[in-house]
Design a protein around this ligand. Structure first.
Ligand code: LLP
Length: 424
């Protein structure tokens, strides 16, 4: 059993949906990102069915995986988008996404990005500081537009996740301290070119319990009531993203657990007229992808064994950046020798930090294929070309069919626009 229902061994070979992974390795080479279309659809369905007829807009946190095919799939299913840059806005516009379903997050929005988003007509800017508020007001006024805004407040709650992906604590760079929010809302009210429409928070990522969300919600509800007493009435409440996935043995909360709890609290506070916005990224794509890689060499040492594979930290940086755990599955298992050695699975990049998994018992030989699991989120989008390594192709499998949704980069492309200096 793998962590991903659409990636299963059948007749001794790991398949994605109805296609055997060695077929894709043969056709496109490795390393290779492979996604399951049905897994994307199922993940979306877990939100859709949880929502029912409640007023909830799901804005896909596209930084998790921004391939146009993935965006288009979610657009077709009814998603809006959570963007954090002008580049992400351009991607959504490229697939014909509806700007009125876009929320624009991020601590460092630049004037050109604000202008582009105003011209496109985004639903809301999630403003993270007073300085940003002033700039947005000026940009909107100059463009003759009104910017709909939420303040992203920092509720100072512990999301109980890795410190690098925890964002709702006082000492994080994100959001406006909740104690200061009323003052900043009042400031917003006094500025031209702005319309207050909501409140926003995002407390972290890979959250597995509902508690931190409810702690944040409690604080937001108090703020919403205070704002109302001061004549500021909101239309929506954005709870950000953050629902975790199973990488190994986690049991993350489901969208329905989150929404049932949230609506219960809203109802008790007579606030269930508010539209709820969610910004899930990882939980929509994380277990819809694997990174397929080939064992180049095995190196047996005195204290450690290494499986040197053709994928590396430049393709998947999560293990070395966050000490993240990704499952590693032999594509064609050899019968599981109980005496098989333990390996660190490492790449060819010249860094000791270039590892994908550590201390895994693997019954493998040179030339074998391995699938690094749960690589649909924050994998390709965080890839680089370090060591002048072309980024892998991305393939989406639909039943028995495969689609190249991004071809492998060519070495020449990596420096095609570089030039040398003129001679003296
Ligand atoms: N909304 C905002 C404002 C965010 O900053 C994020 C993620 C999301 C939504 C989506 O969160 P999700 O549902 O995916 O947890 N690179 C890290 C994760 C960084 C998350 C950054 N913000 C990783 O690989 O674990």
């Amino acid at each position: 059993m793998t962590v991903a229902p659409h990636f299963q061994h059948k007749n001794g070979v790991l398949h994605v949906e109805d296609l055997a992974l060695p077929v894709l390795a043969q056709k496109y080479g490795t390393p290779l990102y492979v996604y399951s279309r049905q897994a994307l659809r199922d993940a979306w369905e877990s939100y859709r069915s949880a929502i029912g007829d409640r007023k909830v807009l799901v804005c896909y946190g596209m930084k998790a995986n921004s391939n146009l095919a993935v965006l288009n799939e979610f657009k077709t299913l009814g998603a809006g988008f959570d963007i954090v840059s002008g580049g992400e806005l351009a991607r959504v516009l490229a697939i014909g996404g509806d700007p009125s379903r876009i929320v624009f997050s991020g601590v460092g929005k630049q004037a050109w990005e604000m202008k582009a988003a105003l011209e496109a007509g985004v639903k809301c800017f999630n403003v993270e500081s007073e300085a940003e508020l002033l700039q947005l007001s000026a940009v909107a006024e100059a463009a003759g537009k009104t910017a709909a805004i939420s303040l992203r407040v920092n509720p100072d709650v512990d999301a109980k996740t890795h410190p690098y992906i925890s964002t709702g604590l006082k000492d994080n760079k994100f959001g406006i301290a909740i104690g200061h929010a009323l003052t900043v809302y009042q400031r917003a009210q006094s500025l031209p070119g702005l319309e207050i429409v909501g409140v926003d928070c995002h407390i972290g990522s890979q959250i597995t319990e509902v508690g931190p969300y409810l702690d944040a919600l409690d604080k937001l509800i108090k703020l919403i009531k205070t704002l109302a007493e001061h004549g500021i009435h909101l239309k929506h409440l954005d709870l950000g993203g953050g629902i975790g996935i199973r990488y190994t043995d986690e049991t993350p909360l489901s969208p329905s657990t989150l929404l049932d709890n949230v609506f219960q609290v809203l109802k008790a506070n007579r606030l269930d007229h508010l539209e709820i916005v969610l910004e899930p990224g990882r939980s929509l794509v994380g277990n819809a992808g694997v990174l397929l890689t080939k064992v180049e060499y095995l190196k047996h040492g005195e204290t450690k064994n290494f499986a040197i594979v053709d994928a590396a930290m430049n393709d998947l940086i999560r293990p070395t950046l966050y000490s993240a755990w990704h499952g590693v599955e032999p594509v064609t298992p050899r019968g599981g020798d109980a005496q098989a050695p333990h390996y660190d699975v490492v790449g060819p990049v010249c860094e000791s930090g270039d590892w994908l998994a550590r201390d895994r018992q693997l019954d493998i030989q040179q030339g074998d294929l391995l699938a690094v699991m749960s690589a649909g989120a924050y994998a390709f989008t965080m890839a680089s070309q370090y060591n002048t390594r072309p980024r892998p192709a991305e393939i989406i499998v639909d039943g028995k069919a495969d689609h190249v949704v991004r071809p492998r980069e060519k070495v020449q492309d990596l420096f095609a626009t570089e030039t040398t200096l003129p001679n003296d």
